[in-house]
Design a protein around this ligand. Structure first.
Ligand code: FAD
Length: 493
């Protein structure tokens, strides 16, 4: 017998709300009755414009075509993030989305490269990775069978609008209004309805909290609790501003470290997104604003806007009949552009565990376990950038360099420092190439490499390394400049 339709209510229509609405309406449309409530008066956080390659999976799920999304959101391509002044002042490296060199079954490419380095045979490890070299060269192409592993920089407001049209096309119903009250069942404490400022009452079976940092349902109503991670990630403020573009957009995000935080530059087709993430213990708002405005290019299109946050995670991401997705579920600073990825992962997980009739405690537990594991893994990767630094020019960097880190991260740093070993467990987001690029970029040079490399004669090793570099160089030289490719590609939609 067919189960009755589940009434799903999404509170909030930022990137999280509309991504969730788009996926649920497309994939579950006939089985659910979907309503999204949002308030134009409150608005959205308005940032969140750099993504990582996993967004392709989400777009494939929705059946979206890449040129169409790019044209609708003024997007550019992204091949990685350039970290400037992170290891030390005047030093930079690119964390690209690419795969480094070639592996053998026993060990990764970094082991071959390290021996090559000892013998004076190699250049920068990024020269052995197509995405890395293409990023540095400002070149890009989408080619059959040799796609560059890429993501996008896109306008967050246009993206939410694009997904709204998509979701409404699949039957999602949007209600404009401010939620004034969240009604709970007196016995179970489950959420029953949202009451709006216009008097409307919206009942539901399953509520998705996408109300951003307010966390109106999951925290203000259900008091779920929050684990604070600011002892590892002390930044707690951001200031965002949009500027006109200057020059052609690079195919990477820029992350520029300063004395008490770091600045982002996200190039779109028509403008640049800028902002500074900083720690209020070391900088006043005025100081952070000054550093930001002194380090932007182009004319300001918006006034600098301050956003406060506290890094950490909600203790449960699914509590009773409420699932938190987006900023309401916790926050990790945008250093590796992982928030939209986490939104998408929660959506997929919700789809996989979607209740047929009634809630199942084991499903809820699984949702919470998987979400927390993902967040902890990403947290470690972000903490790595702060911990492994040679900077000693400010109290902020002295704190970061000397702080205790999670045991899971200390273990990875030790394995890599000793003998260049890295690993990826199960569903972890960041693969070996990411860990290697960031650990080396931040200044770790492993003491030794895997003994299997010594099985190769030196001439053989030189040929192996030279071949990879030659192939990568030739490939990248054939790509057009990034902006030329975007123009041609967006017109092809
Ligand atoms: P919001 O955008 O805040 O949306 C909340 C929604 O809830 C709005 O529609 C609002 O109107 C509604 N709402 C709230 N209260 C009520 C109420 N009472 N009644 C009705 N409606 C209500 N992520 C990335 O992946 N890449 C990045 O580069 C990146 N950069 C970031 C930079 C900064 C400084 C910050 C703070 C975050 C960044 N993020 C980034 C995270 C990203 O911005 C968010 O994950 C994403 O925008 C989702 O936000 P949201 O939809 O959860 O919340």
């Amino acid at each position: 017998m067919e189960a009755k339709k589940t009434r799903v209510v999404i509170a909030g229509g930022g990137t999280a709300g509309w991504m969730t609405a788009a996926a649920l309406s497309k994939l579950m449309g006939k089985r659910i009755d979907l309503v999204l409530v949002e308030s134009d008066q409150i608005g959205t956080v308005g940032v969140g414009e750099a993504t990582i390659p996993t967004l392709h999976i989400f777009h494939r799920l929705l059946g979206l075509k890449e040129p169409e999304v790019m044209a609708a959101t003024n997007a550019t391509f992204k091949l990685g993030i350039q970290f400037e002044n992170w290891r030390d002042k005047e030093q930079d490296y690119l964390h690209s989305f690419g795969f480094l060199g070639k592996d053998c079954w026993a060990c990764g490419f970094q082991h071959f490269w390290l021996k090559g380095k000892q013998k004076g045979m190699v250049s920068d490890i990024g020269d052995y990775c197509t995405e890395h070299l293409a990023g540095r060269a400002g070149r890009f192409a989408v080619l059959p069978n040799q796609d560059l592993n890429h993501a996008y920089h896109m306008d967050a407001t246009l993206y939410a609008g694009f997904l709204r049209r998509f979701a409404e096309g699949f039957g999602a119903r949007r209600i404009e209004g401010k939620i004034l009250e969240v009604e709970q069942a007196s016995d179970s404490g489950h959420i029953q309805a949202l009451k709006l400022d216009n008097g409307e009452r919206i009942e539901g079976d399953l509520f998705i909290d996408c109300t951003g940092f307010r966390a109106l349902l999951i925290e203000q109503t259900l008091n779920t609790g929050y684990d604070d991670w600011s002892h590892w990630l002390p930044c707690d403020r951001a200031i965002a501003v949009q500027t006109t573009s200057v020059g052609a957009p690079p195919p990477y995000t820029r992350s520029i470290a300063h004395a008490a935080g770091w600045q982002w530059r996200i190039p779109l087709q028509n403008r640049t997104g800028n902002g500074i993430v900083y720690c209020s213990k070391y900088w006043s708002e005025e100081e952070a604003k000054r550093v930001l405005t002194e380090n932007i290019e182009g004319e300001m299109l918006t006034q600098p806007r301050v956003i406060e946050f506290r890094t950490g995670t909600r203790r449960q991401h699914w509590n009773k009949n409420c699932v938190a997705i987006g900023l309401s579920s916790g926050f990790l600073e945008p250093l590796e552009s992982t928030s939209i990825h986490l939104i998408q992962r929660s959506i997929v997980r919700l789809l996989q565990l979607f209740p047929r009739e009634g809630l199942v405690a084991a499903d809820i537990e699984e949702f919470n376990t998987q979400t927390l594991e993902e967040m902890e893994n990403i947290r470690d990767f972000i903490v790595l950038h702060y911990k492994v630094t040679e900077r000693s020019d400010s109290p902020f960097w002295n704190h970061c360099r000397t702080m205790a880190v999670p045991a899971s991260l200390a273990h990875r740093i030790e394995m890599f420092s000793e003998a260049a070993k890295v690993y990826k467990h199960g569903n972890e987001l960041f693969g070996e190439s990411s860990w290697i690029q960031v650990m080396m970029g931040q200044g770790i040079l492993p003491k030794s490499y895997h003994p299997i490399v010594d099985m190769m004669e030196e001439s053989e090793l030189e040929g192996f390394l030279g071949n990879i570099k030659g192939q990568v160089t030739r490939k990248v030289e054939a790509f057009p400049p990034h902006l030329d490719f975007i123009r041609h590609y967006c017109q092809s939609r």
